[in-house]
Design a protein around this ligand. Structure first.
Ligand SMILES: Cc1ncc(COP(=O)(O)O)c(C=O)c1O
Length: 399
């Protein structure tokens, strides 16, 4: 009989969103007349922008004619999109070669798939709280995970500990769930640590387009020598509303190389290329055309206009926290507001209080790791009216 991968037994039940759904549905049954406002969603709500839709339509038309029809495309992505991404980085001060950019169907799959390139013997450093994909994919492979505490004391931005050795390091900035963003000096320390430990940083920048403070890095490659030790994952999901359309990109610099045990030279860029050409057949042409529209001047303006709407919602939430004197993180350069549960409550108890008393649904911090136990995540992805009403209701908890 085939032996199953028993590492799956070590996965924690992923019950966060199902438990939320269960509690909400029980409430709805008991109180059908009460209107619930959802500020727990990590998904975008605004439709794709005009340029993107135009580009998608014209790509569909191309598929209808024999002379412009496209079959299999390059697994790494079409040149038009790789070059558009390269130019985007250049505008942000980062020089990349187009063959360091791999177009993907989103950051979730690639942050998981990248584990294919690394030995199971590696030790992995992961913050707590965290986007659960990093933990689960490494658990599936059976790697040793060391957690680093992200707490209010370090602003939810853990820094390297010279006494701890790691081989793979996951960083997410702007962070989900905490909204915290590393500054340049902090990322410099991480790059220094990675180089000193021969480690690789797996940098998730899925929320980079929410950064408005120009002094904060939007890419790990804003840091000197990061190309020698960091892979970056990015996505159009939150930048341009592609959560359902699916497109992202992963940067694997050619400078990350290593001598193998048999003395041969190994390059992560070549390995990822080999992995992708073996296991992936590329992102649909139509989607890549839509994605390329995001990187045009007009497309970028439209994406930024969408982000400003989410930002205004984030401001409504953070203004409320300011008024109530509640400690929070994120919100300015991120769509997430991560606040300390009031009344000394734990996050699931506070979830129940919000649901029962004001019918506002958020996400209990405990669902992202033990350090989230007394914190709570609200998102800016609902509309302005609902966000404002939710916050009016929130204030009544304190009257
Ligand atoms: C930190 C982080 N990385 C990656 C993703 C997934 O992005 P994608 O839609 O590109 O798969 C998310 C989605 O919520 C996320 O929060």
């Amino acid at each position: 009989m085939a032996k199953f991968n028993e590492n799956y037994l070590n996965l924690k039940e992923s019950y966060l969103f199902s438990e939320i759904a269960k509690r909400v549905s029980a409430f709805e049954k008991a109180e059908p007349d009460k209107r619930i406002i959802r500020l727990g969603i990590g998904d975008v709500t605004l439709p794709l922008s005009g340029r993107v839709i135009e580009s998608l339509h014209s790509a569909v038309d191309e598929m209808s004619k024999a002379d412009t029809f496209k079959g299999y495309g390059p697994e790494q992505g079409y040149d038009f999109l790789r070059n558009a991404i390269k130019d985007y980085y250049k505008r942000n001060g980062v020089e990349l070669d187009a063959d360091e950019i791999f177009v993907s169907d989103g950051a979730k799959s690639d942050t998981g798939n990248i584990t294919d390139l690394f030995s199971v013997d590696n030790t992995v450093l992961i913050p707590d709280p965290v986007y659960p994909v990093y933990v689960d994919t490494n658990t599936m492979n059976g790697r040793k995970i060391i957690y680093m505490d992200a707490t209010a004391d370090n602003g939810f931005l853990p820094m390297p500990d010279p006494n701890i050795h790691a081989d793979m390091i996951y960083l997410c900035s702007p962070n989900n769930p905490t909204g915290a963003v590393y500054n340049k000096e902090q990322l410099e320390q991480w790059v220094e640590y990675a180089l000193a430990n021969d480690a690789v940083i797996l940098f998730d920048s899925a929320y980079e387009s929410f950064i408005q403070d120009k002094s904060l890095p939007r890419s790990i490659y804003a840091i000197k020598d990061a190309k020698k030790c960091a892979i970056e994952f990015c996505s159009l999901s939150k930048t341009a509303g592609f959560t359902g359309t699916r497109c992202g990109y992963t940067i694997v610099p050619k400078a990350i190389t290593q001598k193998a045990s048999n003395g041969s030279e190994m390059s992560l860029n070549k390995m990822w290329n080999r992995r992708q050409t073996t296991k992936f057949n590329g992102v649909p042409y139509i989607v890549q055309r839509g994605a390329a529209a995001v990187f045009t001047e007009e497309g970028m303006k439209e994406a930024q206009a969408m982000i400003s709407i989410y930002r205004e919602n984030a401001k409504i939430i953070s203004d409320t926290m300011d008024r109530l004197g509640i400690r929070y993180f994120g919100g300015v350069n991120s769509p997430y507001i991560w606040f300390e549960c009031p009344f000394g409550m734990e996050s699931w108890d506070f979830f129940d209080k919000m649901l029962n008393e004001i019918q506002v649904v958020g996400t209990p911090g405990a669902g992202f790791g033990a350090n989230g136990n007394n914190f709570f995540r609200l998102t800016s992805f609902n509309n302005k009216e609902n966000t404002a009403e939710a916050m009016e209701r929130f204030e009544t908890l304190f009257k």
